[in-house]
Write a new protein. Sequence first.
Length: 117
Amino acid sequence: MPSPAWSGSGWGYNTGCDHFGSRSDGRRTDSSPPHRRCPRVGYKRSKFKHWIDAGKDGCNARQEVLIEEATEEPKVGPGCFLTDGEWFSYDDAKTTDNPRSLDIDHMVPLAEAWDSK
């Protein structure tokens, strides 16, 4: 891996682009300059399985998160169809009884994790 170097616009590697901001360690500060978008090489969303049923119980990862994070426990029907539950959205501070209205996201977006490998 190339060594970090100061480029005049911030710390980065000799690749000429910096995925994270101004420092090679990925930390940002209020004074971090905007970073240049780098070409994303090799990443394809299709390389990552989506919503697997790791527990082999008929509920995929999305459904498991919805069950776990419900503020009112949902009924789990055939095919892990969820009804009668309630969820709180931290993004907009609203409560919903419609699990389809919620996005379940990765803590780190897959593309960002790919870029930082």
